[in-house]
Design a protein around this ligand. Structure first.
Ligand code: BTN
Length: 251
């Protein structure tokens, strides 16, 4: 169990609801947001029994091994800011991991945090009224993954050969999320788009497949558009703006 008292003492401005076990922190954070909780409210758990990933997938939430949190954000972002907020959260997660563990991560548009091409963290954003629920899962001290995830997932422990403090990581994460959201609020999208483009090996010149469920696109990445969507140049030279989809490298 996380030492939540230690975290609370370092994040005095945040209401923190910590659960030994919960279905999904997203559901509980949405409920609290609908009931009017303050911006910066954090819902976290040592274990999720129904952790939610993108596209209705399950987020593997091994008890005591990862960080599973949802943060309620009430920054006055424009209604169409969700894609760039997701990019800002990726930058914040990557920064927090670097500060807490010294591990440098890659970012795969829109919201995967990678170490040597394997996913160590994922981000899920959803709206609850005017609030954004920022769900962040980080694989911290997992020693192994179920067979179906072995080839695509990693943890900070597996990447470094040592365990890491979830308390320290949570404090860094909340501080980075707060700072990146303030930056977006005060300076608009441009700094986030530039920082994400620099931090991600996927934004320019990468041969990728994009799985859109009903179609599979292939092409070379050609930057982000002003909304934070990925631009893909097809082999016919035409540019597609990718609004959603799973991006995977061709090789
Ligand atoms: C993804 O990459 O598919 C997104 C994963 C998001 C997982 C986190 S864990 C905390 C929060 N609660 C959930 O049920 N999901 C998010």
């Amino acid at each position: 169990m996380i030492d939540i008292g230690r975290v609370r003492s370092q994040l005095p401005d945040h209401e923190i609801y910590w659960h030994p076990t919960i279905g999904s922190t997203m559901t509980e954070a949405s409920r609290l947001a609908a009931a009017g909780c303050e911006s910066g409210t954090i819902v976290g758990a040592d274990e999720q029994t129904a952790g939610q990933g993108r596209y209705g997938r399950v987020w593997h939430s091994e008890p005591g091994a990862g960080l599973y949190v949802s943060i309620v954000l009430r920054n006055p972002f424009p209604a169409d800011a969700l894609p760039v907020v997701t990019l800002a959260l990726g930058l914040a997660t990557s920064e927090a991991i670097l500060k807490a563990t010294d591990v440098s991560c890659d970012l795969r548009w829109p919201n995967d945090v990678l170490i040597q091409s394997r996913k160590c963290a994922g981000i899920l954003t959803q709206l609850e009224g005017s609030a954004i629920i920022a769900g962040i899962g980080i694989n911290v001290n997992h020693a192994a993954f179920p067979d179906e995830l072995t080839a695509i997932a990693t943890s900070l422990r597996m990447a470094t050969g040592r365990e890491h403090s979830r308390e320290r990581l949570l404090v860094e994460l909340v501080s980075s999320v707060t700072n990146f959201c303030s930056l977006l609020e005060q300076q608009g999208r441009e700094p986030i788009l530039e920082m994400f483009s620099r931090a991600s090996s996927f934004v320019y010149g990468r041969r990728v497949y994009v799985d859109q469920g009903d179609a599979m696109l292939q092409g070379t990445t050609a930057g982000l558009d002003p909304s934070g969507f990925l631009v893909l140049r097809g082999d016919d030279g035409k540019q597609n703006v990718i609004i959603a989809g799973g991006v995977r490298p061709c090789s």
